[in-house]
Design a protein around this ligand. Structure first.
Ligand code: SF4
Length: 407
């Protein structure tokens, strides 16, 4: 698909993905993120033995199509706008190594978020990259008004969610978004749920089943309006009134949520509407989990039917889809959500992210001696070179040289 960088001036549209540019981009992207070794293991489709250690890679893991495209576009922008300042709104994806790589190419990061995003460094001749999660409508407008060239890397699957919530807004249906209220994608989606000319449309973000139950209970029985608004004060549209704006609802979700949880959120909210109204006329839902997230969750579920002795889940700690993979793993086997190979400090100590406490912790005696079966997967924002590093480090801690083992 040819990508167009949109701009405030309708005349200034530039195709970044020309064959010459893409040839150079692909060479650079492969050099930075590709791993022939990981590809070889991926093709092996199953368990690979290294001495008395068995390693199983999930059938789907790592970079998704949306992330690959966003990175391609950022590299293409660097090449095409070689003599101009390039800025990114926040992180292009949730992986610190990838973001550091872009920094080293001279791409700068705008500080702040949403209304507090600091656009003061921008001049009209600068180029601004919108990340794969998209950004809020008002941020996009502010940047357009400065006159910057915009390179929009928003994933098509995120835009599909926007289409759904806009449709809700146009029909005065409140969007209930299953997601994390302060996640970039959900903030971008929420802003589209407001985008209705004339009468304001509304949204409410629910993070988990406990929050879905609070909303369901209010739909069925009403309740303490003040307490409800306090609970969701950072997760609903200005002027949201549960007495009025829960009459007609449409459920959508952040693309990277856990499917089983999203389905349960939908089911509970639908039941509440039916209990109140006697039918589901005031309820609609759209499944907006993206294909890549779904494939990674399915591949892990398949691996966990025969759980390994422990799992390594590799990715950025602020990555939503990786967090859900780690949560899935933890239900079946000891699971360590690690940032990269350096997280495995020694055979005794590993640093990993606790998704409930939302902090990095250290565990000891994580790597057993003797025969062991290890499962590995990685989130959609994790490049293959980091997975190779993890594999090499794991084997080194067991005294195995990967290069010798793969001969
Ligand atoms: S995780 Fe899904 S929505 Fe996000 S960039 Fe990848 S394909 Fe797009």
């Amino acid at each position: 698909m040819s990508q167009v960088a949109s701009s405030p001036s309708p005349a200034r549209r530039i195709n970044l993905r020309t064959p010459e540019v893409m040839e150079a981009v692909q060479a650079a992207v492969e050099a930075h993120y590709f791993s022939p070794l990981v590809e070889r293991l991926r093709r092996a489709e199953g368990a690979v033995k290294f001495g008395d250690m068995t390693v199983r890679l999930a059938k789907q893991f790592g970079f998704c199509y949306g992330v690959e495209r966003a990175i391609d576009l950022a590299y293409a922008a660097r090449k095409v706008f070689a003599d101009r300042n390039l800025y990114l709104i926040g992180e292009i994806i949730h992986n610190p190594d990838v973001n550091a790589q872009l920094s080293s190419m001279g791409i700068r990061y705008l500080k702040g978020r949403g209304k507090t995003l600091d656009l003061s460094p921008l001049k009209s001749e600068d180029v601004v990259i919108i990340p794969a999660f998209g950004t809020e409508t008002e941020v996009q407008e502010r940047i357009k008004n400065i006159g910057c060239q915009i390179v929009d890397t928003t994933c098509g699957d995120v835009m599909s969610v926007w289409k759904r919530v806009r449709q809700n807004a146009n029909e005065a249906v409140t969007s209930i978004i299953h997601g994390k209220a302060d996640h970039e994608e959900t903030r971008a989606t929420s802003s589209r749920a407001r985008a209705k000319s004339g009468e304001a449309a509304h949204f409410l973000v629910v993070y988990d089943l406990a929050e879905a139950d609070i909303v369901s209970d209010y739909i069925r029985n009403g309740g303490d309006r003040g307490a409800f608004l306090e609970k969701f004060r950072n997760a609903c549209s200005p002027g949201f009134d549960p007495e009025v704006h829960l009459r007609k609802i449409g459920v959508a979700n952040q693309t990277t949520m856990l499917r089983s949880e999203t389905e349960e959120v939908q089911r509970r909210l639908r039941e509440a509407i039916v209990a109140r109204d006697g039918n589901a006329e005031n309820f609609r839902m759209f499944d907006t989990i993206c294909g890549a997230t779904q494939e990674r969750q399915d591949a892990l579920a398949s691996m966990l039917q025969n759980p390994p002795d422990f799992m390594l889940v590799v990715g950025g700690y602020n990555s939503s889809n990786t967090t859900h993979l780690a949560d899935m793993g933890r239900e079946k086997t000891p699971t360590y959500f690690i940032l990269n190979a350096a997280s495995m400090e020694s055979a005794q100590t590993i640093r990993h992210f606790d998704t409930h406490r939302r902090e990095e912790i250290a565990s000891t005696n994580w790597l057993p001696s003797g025969p062991v079966d290890v499962g590995i997967t990685a989130g959609a924002s994790c490049p293959s070179n980091l997975i190779e590093d993890v594999l090499r480090r794991l084997l080194a801690l067991r005294g195995i040289s990967l290069d010798e083992a793969m001969v």
